[in-house]
Design a protein around this ligand. Structure first.
Ligand code: SF4
Length: 257
């Protein structure tokens, strides 16, 4: 087991995925793929899945400012469809294996925050670990390059996921008041679903408090009709980078005159 910090402030453990995935069948991409819009069009409001990204991006969406990639991109849609299919297969297998204690019944959550607009999210599964702990399980799909040893952006992704699962851990509890205080990220390749990572993230209240403060400042800015402060670092993936003066990625989509 490895342990360490990525580029952000959460501590993340890398585990052997086999004790978990041995209880699941190999994920098969069979059956019809669902048609969904590109991910950036799915996001409305303040979503737990977006909290670990630059919150200025969320501001661009909420203020309805134009995106750079405001066109239909088939490859993005296919990628989202494959991801959705893998999620569905995993959830079916979690239920079939008896590993998940709650799937589908209480997936939609609203994150309790001191003030501001609600943050909503959707939990993939809640499980009991062998040690008896209540835990969030979130499935992430990624391109095959994310599974090449030393992939340079994996640490950034882990930090983003850590923020998301902290929102879930802050929000989710059983009727008797038991909270999930650990989360697992099952990261699966969309290219070969046998390629997997498993990460464990325990509840880290100080780091989460910093994210809550970021969010409060961003929500205050949007409520005033302003864009939140830029948080460059992943501008290469940002649909608004051609409009943002803080863009740190030299754009390759220049208009030819
Ligand atoms: S270009 Fe960079 S700083 Fe600007 S909104 Fe996008 S991610 Fe944030």
């Amino acid at each position: 087991m490895m342990s360490g910090k990525g580029t952000g402030s959460y501590t993340i453990e890398s585990l052997d995925h086999r004790p978990l995935t041995a209880r699941l069948d190999r994920v098969r991409l069979t059956g019809p793929l669902r048609v969904t819009p590109p991910p950036y069009r799915q996001s409305t409001g303040w979503r737990a899945s977006g909290l670990g990204s630059c919150l200025r991006q969320v501001g661009y969406r909420l203020l309805d400012l134009p995106a750079t990639h405001d066109t239909y991109v088939p490859s993005w849609t296919l990628s989202a469809d494959i991801g959705t299919t893998i999620h569905t297969r995993i959830q079916e297998q979690l239920v079939g294996s008896g590993l998940a204690v709650l799937v589908g019944g209480v997936p939609a959550i609203e994150v309790p925050l001191p003030a501001g607009a609600p943050v909503t999210g959707h939990v993939d599964a809640v499980i009991r670990t062998n040690a008896g702990a209540l835990a969030i399980l979130d499935v992430k799909t990624g391109s095959p390059r994310e599974f090449v040893p030393g992939y340079r952006y994996l640490g950034d992704k882990q930090q983003k996921w850590a923020t998301q699962v902290h929102a879930y851990m802050a929000a989710f509890y059983l009727p008797d008041g038991e909270y999930a205080r650990e989360a697992y990220i099952l990261h699966i390749s969309r290219g070969d679903t046998a390629d997997r990572h498993l990460f464990r993230i325990v509840w880290q209240p100080e780091a989460w408090a910093r994210d809550v403060a970021r969010l409060a400042a961003a929500q205050e800015a949007v409520a005033a009709g302003d864009l939140p402060a830029p948080e460059p670092g992943a501008c290469r993936f940002c649909a608004f980078r051609q409009h943002c003066p803080a863009n740190d990625y030299p754009d390759q989509l220049e208009v030819q005159s």
